[in-house]
Design a protein around this ligand. Sequence first.
Ligand SMILES: Nc1nc2c(ncn2[C@@H]2O[C@H](COP(=O)(O)OP(=O)(O)OP(=O)(O)O)[C@@H](O)[C@H]2O)c(=O)[nH]1
Ligand SMILES: [Mg+2]
Length: 380
Amino acid sequence: MNKSAQTEGVKQKIALWGVGSWGIRIAGSIQSEYQQRVEVVGVDSDVQSLICSSLVHKIIIGEKTVRSRGLRRDTGKVEKAFRESEAKIKSKLADCRALLIVGGLGGGVGSGVIPALCNCARELKIFTIAFVTHPFKFEGKKKNLLFQKAREEIEKGPVGLACFSLDRLVGRIEDDTPHEEVFRHCDRILKEAVECMISYLTAPPQRGGDYALLESIFSSPGETVMGIREAAGPNHLITAVKGALSALSLNATELGMIKGVLLQLETGGSISFRRLEQAIGAVSGVLSEDVDLLYTIDKSKEKGEKIMVRIMAAGVPEEGENAAGQAIPVTLTADRPPAKQTEINFKRLARGMFVNTDPTLFEGEDMDIPTFVRKGVSLE
Ligand SMILES: Nc1nc2c(ncn2[C@@H]2O[C@H](COP(=O)(O)OP(=O)(O)OP(=O)(O)O)[C@@H](O)[C@H]2O)c(=O)[nH]1
Ligand SMILES: [Mg+2]
């Protein structure tokens, strides 16, 4: 059968839309490596941010309404601008099977356009996941309120949401960490999260593409976190998996509250079943029993024998929600040799000195049987 034959009536395209200044920059950093797999589009009302972008596909919205400027956090203007450009947006989305959206909430464009775009995709029955950020606390109440409103809008429909808290992403840093380094770190996490999803969505059916489960994982309330690790050498897979788990920076309580996980392995080499079993087992072993866990393996010649592991976990309680929030994060060190345990040499005993004694009977009842069992008391 011709591999490239397309099933009639089935839409094939997967699109990534970067919305607003930051969303466009993140999408731009993904374009060169992934343009064979997804169509990358930039959307903004601010012509300047589109001009500066290397994206091939660009959509300017609200040319008449806002005259090619930013939306200055004016939600009324956003709605008008979006309506003005809705026809061209819908026509660009018409042949999409899946839509990934990326952008920061808190600014005018991202907070206004991302929820509207989700509505549009919902109407067109396109599988959609939005990758957004919760602004830093220092950005002020107004931006944080815009974020809350936008998030509530997005959550109204069957749209997946991967929401990263910028304060959590930055985590514990040294007082003298340069701000550029912090922003680069945030860029990288958001980029890697989108790439992890692209890998899963574009993998052959046996290694990815369970859209229904993905939608359920990313419909969980709470935040999304991301851990990435690359490793080489004989135990590279388990080393990378444990490193990526530690990089989630969650404590044991938070790990136990995760609702779903997407795990991606990328390597040029082959992975034996036993190693895969050990690695996936290491992840499921620290999560609760009812977590949905999806994984995919991506072949990449560039990686050679090295392996890269990305773990995206959804449904993490927001900071402050978890009473054990101050607990120390779990660190799984894979490099350290297993600790040698002191062997305690128990003598093989019979069942103790009472094994042959007679039952302690009192008024016909055996006093060695616990009272609640004797009396048939339910503990529920
Ligand atoms: N970490 C990080 N966050 C950013 C960066 N740029 C923007 N953000 C976040 O994304 C939010 C939205 O910012 P922009 O993308 O610049 O805003 P916009 O959507 O273009 O909207 P306008 O304000 O109308 O231009 C900000 O409030 C920040 O929280 C960045 O370079 N690094
Ligand atoms: Mg902007």
